[in-house]
Structures are given as structure tokens and as C-alpha cells.
Design a protein around this ligand. Sequence first.
Ligand code: B1M
Length: 212
Amino acid sequence: MARMEEISEFLQKGRARNVKQLVEEALNEGTEPGVILNDGLLSGMAVIGEKFKNNEVFVPEVLIAARALNAGLDILRPKLAESGVTAKGVAVIGTVKGDLHDIGKNIVRIMLEGSGITPIDLGVDIPAEKFVDAALENNAQLICCSALLTTTMGEMRRVVEIVKERGLQDKIKVMVGGAPITQSFCDSIGADAYAPDAATAAEAAIRLLESL
Ligand code: B1M
């Protein structure tokens, strides 16, 4: 257990090399990959997520912790696949059509991955149809749309409409976020969840997956 705490601590400090080494050592000692994932890597990322939400750490610290998370995940991924540990779900994520802002979207993606969800990152300037097509192609249960411009947030309405037009609303949930987005905008377009920040987005994503 001390080893898991060490992994969590080093991840929070963004010490990628130490995280990688400790994950290798834990595997060599026979620790289950799922335990390393949940009690080491994801528990460390959860602490960062909570601190980010409370303004105790900022974007650079999150990105550095994410690099350490990825260093550990690189070692763990093949072992997780072998041991049958499955992700909590799959989410396609992107910034909507006409919008090139991706810093916040990238942090949300990191937090989703840090919560055990597999993110499929579509990038920026993504038309509504592409979100839905990509969700179907990747068997995703969640579509995550980010927008930073008041002029582009309308594209999110179109995503929700297409999900409904194709009768997918019981299989695919839509979450929206980004600086101009509010809960009342989310309600007005009929999206399933709004989150004001990346840590809340990861919590909301888990709740949406559990609701399916
Ligand atoms: Co732009 N820009 N920008 N910009 N830019 C804003 C958004 C703006 C508010 C600045 C201003 O005028 N004060 C303004 C929008 C005004 C409006 O629409 N009301 C603006 C504008 C006007 C523009 C251009 C039109 C400027 C121009 O060319 N005349 C242009 C548009 C280009 C385009 O997209 N088509 C433009 C361009 C750019 C840059 C390329 C220079 C750069 C983007 C670089 C990049 O992203 N790779 C840029 C930047 C950096 C900003 C500001 C300064 C910072 C945005 C940011 O990254 N914040 C921004 C001003 C501001 O917000 N203070 C501004 C940090 C990031 C961590 O926060 O993205 O909010 P944020 O994400 C948060 C939450 O919102 C939430 O979680 C994140 C982490 O907690 N969240 C989600 C985000 N997505 C979520 C999804 C979820 C849930 C939560 O669920 C799915």
C-alpha cells in the first residue's frame, strides 16, 4: 500500500520518471494492474482534480501531473488489457465547429482519463455530425463538447438534436462546458450535463455513465 501512496504522491508532484519506475516495481512485485491504476495513478490524479477545482493548483501543475499519469499508463496499458481491466466507459471529446480553443478541452480529456474513462479526442473545429458519428464508431456512451466562443456554442444544440433525431438519447449522453456555457444554457438545449471545470466534468461523466 505504501508503494501506491508513493505513486500517488509522485504523480501529484509531476515526477514522471519516478512514477514510471514505481509502476514497474509494483508490477514486478506482483501488484495487480487494476490496483496500481486505481490506488496509485487515479487516486493521485483525483487529488490534483480536487485541488484544481479549489484553485489550489493551476493549469501548469495539472499538465505536469498529466504527463506523469501518462508515463505510468504507458507501462500499465498492456498489462491492464491482459488482466481484463476495462475502462468505465468511452467518451468522444472535442471543441465545436468554428472554435479553435483547446486548452480547457485538453484538461477535461486528462481528467476523464484520470477517472478511468477512455477519451477519444477529436480535436478542434468539430461539426455536430462528426461528434455523433465518432461516438457510434467508437462505441462511446458520452459526447463531450467544449466551446469558448459565444458565437460557436450554438453548435452544441445541434449535437443534442442529432442524438435525438437518430434515437440515441438512451445510449449516448451529451455533456457541455467551456467558459461561456452555463447550466441554464445546458438545460435550454436539452444536454444531459454541464460542468464548470475539468474536475467536475470527470465527476459528471462518471454519473452519466452510471445512469445508462
Ligand atoms: Co480566444 N477568446 N480567441 N484565443 N481566448 C477568449 C475565449 C475570449 C473570452 C477572450 C476575450 O475577448 N476576453 C474571447 C471570446 C469572447 C466571446 O466569445 N464572448 C476570445 C476570442 C474573441 C478569440 C478570437 C475570436 C480572437 C480573434 O481572432 N479576434 C479567436 C478565435 C479563434 C477561434 O477559435 N476560431 C481567439 C483565439 C485564441 C488563441 C488561438 C490566441 C488562444 C487559444 C489557444 C488554444 O486554445 N490552443 C486563445 C486564448 C488562449 C483565449 C483565452 C485568453 C484563454 C482561454 C483558455 O485557454 N483558458 C480566453 C480568455 C479567457 O477565457 N480568459 C479567450 C484556460 C482554460 C483552462 O480554461 O478553456 O475555460 P477554459 O476551460 C475550463 C472550463 O471552461 C472547463 O474546464 C476547463 C478547465 O477547468 N471546460 C469544460 C472547458 N471545456 C469543457 C467541457 C466540458 C466541461 C468543462 O464538458 C464537455
